[in-house]
Design a binder for this molecule. Structure first.
Ligand SMILES: Cc1cc2nc3c(=O)[nH]c(=O)nc-3n(C[C@H](O)[C@H](O)[C@H](O)COP(=O)(O)O)c2cc1C
Length: 164
């Protein structure tokens, strides 16, 4: 059996996830990237990871800034996910997708209305194929009420769809 990229994508697409936007302060500008390769790693210390494609602008920004935010999207934030998944977009009009930001004390952009926010300081990196695994220590969190945006088989869903 020879595994193709499309087989791999189809299999991984069965693993339903939430959707995040990784935010970085890029010399005063807000940089965002949609990511679902995000997971908890350790409780002591509190570590998370995100896997980022070498070709993404975010890859260089994370290495340079060594600090980022993870914003867990709410069910009504699909447009924001689509906006920050566009590689051709300079992200100069986030309000066109309904995205507005505050800043943490460390200057990291925080997406208003997201279900959760995690302030992350880079701990270590691991090159892995065409991606890098960025492992980070979580310094603070914000959690809000609401329902999550889900991603399953290359489509956005919300919990109402799943409940049928
Ligand atoms: C639902 C969804 C999840 C994604 N997850 C990731 C991810 O975990 N890692 C990644 O490198 N790209 C991921 N992408 C693709 C990036 O969002 C996309 O390549 C983006 O344009 C990169 O932006 P940048 O070049 O500004 O960093 C995802 C896209 C979508 C739609």
């Amino acid at each position: 059996m020879r595994l193709t990229a499309s087989d791999f994508r189809r299999a991984m697409g069965c693993f339903a996830t939430g959707v995040t936007v990784i935010t970085i302060d890029q010399e005063g500008e807000i940089h965002g990237m949609t990511a679902n390769a995000f997971t908890a790693v350790s409780l002591d210390p509190v570590l998370v990871l995100v896997c980022v494609d070498h070709r993404a602008r975010t890859h260089a920004h994370l290495h340079a800034r060594k600090r980022f935010g993870v914003n867990v999207l709410r069910s009504d934030q699909q447009k924001i996910s689509e906006y920050y998944a566009r590689s051709d977009e300079k992200h100069q009009h986030p309000e066109s997708a309904g995205a507005r930001f505050d800043r943490t004390a460390q200057g990291t952009p925080v997406l208003q209305g997201a279900l959760a926010y995690l302030e992350c300081r880079l701990h270590s990196t691991q090159a892995a194929g065409d991606h890098t695994i960025f492992i980070a220590e979580v310094e603070e969190v914000v959690v809000r009420d609401g329902e999550p945006l889900l991603y399953f088989r290359s489509q956005y869903r919300d919990i109402a769809d799943v409940r049928g």
